[in-house]
Design a protein around this ligand. Structure first.
Ligand code: NAI
Length: 284
């Protein structure tokens, strides 16, 4: 039963949700290439999964480096065989409002959170096609890619882009054997807040508000268990589910966002007549 016997390539696999997804894939009988920028955490993650009987490889990869993807894919496939599951999960939190975000941080966040998801798909789609058979792409977005969340301007932009890109991928791949899912987690107990504080201090030159960092860490520690989220993700991919969410509590905000969008159309006087592209899409 899928994904038994498949080979997965998971980015951001050294920690948090990526490690949880990798662990669930291993438990379901897949072999996993663990890709991450952090070699020492990568080694520790591989050791932990091998102790559980997993067949894994480590690939050091900066997902934001366009020149590094082909080599990383080759290395993974040389060790484990043809990859049929790509989990583009690595991500960073730029951790600031639009006013305080510098262009450097803006570009850095987008390079990792969204450009890398394009690079991953561009690297593996031709390999999936050549290998043939069932394949799957999972992109990790966030609730911040569905509803407005203040004080994370670059992050929110990159996560809305991830949801948008995933929708585009799904539309392009409809009818093929390649499935697409997008994971939109709420709070999950990982290390991501620590990296946000580092960004504020080292890249934005903002003294990280220690009280806020501590508060965020406390909140994050009460989030979902990354291993449980990983298990949910593998079940959802197996079932061909597109949108994966982790917490029901956001539903009222999702409804408000959808209502705002709908009423922009319903309340509009239609002054430009009918749209030829819309006619095509509605029929199709
Ligand atoms: P984490 O910080 O525990 O793990 C992220 C991993 O990505 C780390 O191992 C890090 O070394 C790696 N990484 C960072 N930059 C990289 C790069 N340039 N190249 C390769 N690897 C890189 O964080 P977490 O929470 O597990 O994050 C995973 C994904 O989940 C991210 O996309 C994040 O935005 C998303 N997410 C997390 C939520 C949470 O509450 N923890 C909520 C919603 C989304």
């Amino acid at each position: 039963e899928w994904p038994r016997g498949e080979v997965a390539f998971v980015t951001g696999a050294a920690s948090g949700i990526g490690l949880g997804i990798s662990r669930a894939l291993v438990r379901a009988g897949a072999r996993v290439a663990l890709a991450d920028i952090d070699q020492s955490r990568l080694d520790a993650a591989a050791e932990a999964l091998r102790d559980e009987g997993g067949v894994v490889a480590t690939v050091r990869l900066d997902v934001s480096d366009p020149g590094a993807w082909e080599g990383a894919a080759d290395a993974a496939e040389a060790e484990l065989g043809p990859v049929t599951i790509l989990c583009s999960n690595a991500g960073v939190n730029g951790g600031s409002s639009a006013e305080k975000t510098t262009y450097e941080v803006w570009k850095w966040v987008h390079a990792i959170n969204i450009d890398a998801q394009f690079l991953g798909a561009a690297t593996f789609l031709p390999r999936f096609r050549e290998h043939g058979g069932r394949a799957h792409i999972l992109n990790t977005a966030s609730m911040a890619g569905i509803i407005p969340i203040p004080d994370v301007a670059a992050y929110a932009s990159s996560k809305f882009a991830s949801v948008g890109f995933s929708r585009a991928l799904r539309a392009d791949l409809e009818g093929s054997a390649i499935g697409v899912s997008v994971l939109c987690p709420g709070t999950v107990a990982t290390r991501i807040v620590e990296s946000a504080a580092v960004v504020q201090e080292e890249m934005l030159g903002i003294e990280a508000d220690r009280g806020a960092v501590e508060g965020n860490l406390r909140m994050l520690s009460q989030g979902a268990d990354p291993d449980a989220v990983g298990q949910q993700v593998v079940e959802a991919m197996a079932a061909g589910q597109f949108l994966i969410v982790t917490h029901k509590d956001f539903l009222p905000i999702v409804r408000a966002v959808n209502e705002e969008m709908e009423s922009a159309f319903v309340d509009f006087d239609g002054r430009h007549g009918s749209d030829p592209a819309a006619a095509m899409l509605v029929q199709g």
